[in-house]
Design a protein around this ligand. Sequence first.
Ligand code: AMP
Length: 308
Amino acid sequence: MITLRTKAEARAHVMAARAAGRTVGLVPTMGAFHAGHHALMDAARESCGEVVVSLFVNPAQFDEASDLAAYPRSEARDAAEAEALGVDVLFAPAAEEVYPEGFATSVRVDGLGDVFEGAERGPGHFAGVCTVVAKLLNVVAPDLAFFGQKDAQQVAVLRRMVADLDIPVELRIVPTVREPDGLALSSRNVRLAPAERARAVALSEGLRAAEAAIAAGEDDPALVRGAAVAAMAEHDVEPEYLALVDPDSFSELDRIDGRVLVAVAARVGQTRLIDNALVEGSDPFWQRNEVTPVATPAQRASTTTKES
Ligand code: AMP
């Protein structure tokens, strides 16, 4: 694996790979790798001859300076893990390389980028995400780009951007990787104190309760939501939002009839966590994860929870 720091080097490297007939895959990340990132890299390795992982903690998408400052950074460890997974290129540019003097352009997805995460984290959040991803797609020009279902609204926003701007790339979405007790892996989980880590299971438990209610035939979103909020309350966690939405438009549903995304955000202590479940049939979200399957309640009772 080679580490490249400049856009010119990355562009030249990928052009050579493409000229040699290799399919190029891009995995955009902000580093502090965990098994969720590994799953994206594995998926890219499986379907691409040349795998580029970008590592850039994007200041433009952080609404709070303290959140940006506290964001975990571990490039040396990340590079070793990416290399072990067979990644070809780690593209790790400095902020000045991405946003040079005079930078003034922003990519915004109206509507979809303003609700839920966009509303909670501020209007700049998804504009920051879209701008940096558009730039990465322009620099690397991958055939395929890999993103996690963990950030479901980011997926919807990026799909919209790629379609609207005619960017010639196929997005591949990888299922959420979870801890054995259901907590979705996140770089932020390391900030949870042990008691908070125990309570953080509230989010996936809320999603399970919602999915169970839907599976039992409940088609009223308010009642499904009530079941999910009650399950979260058992862990003393109140959602910032918990909504049943259309997975593409993120508009709230009046009635459940077909595909539904249950999206949740909550603070556990000072740490803000998000999770979601895509319910589209008889296949429960927690069994769809092939990398770290969520244990059944009986298995959970007999295992100790692993800290990420
Ligand atoms: P980040 O470094 O947090 O920006 O995440 C980089 C990519 O990894 C994004 O596409 C995320 O959606 C994805 N990702 C983060 N957590 C998980 C997870 N638990 N399972 C699968 N993908 C994830």
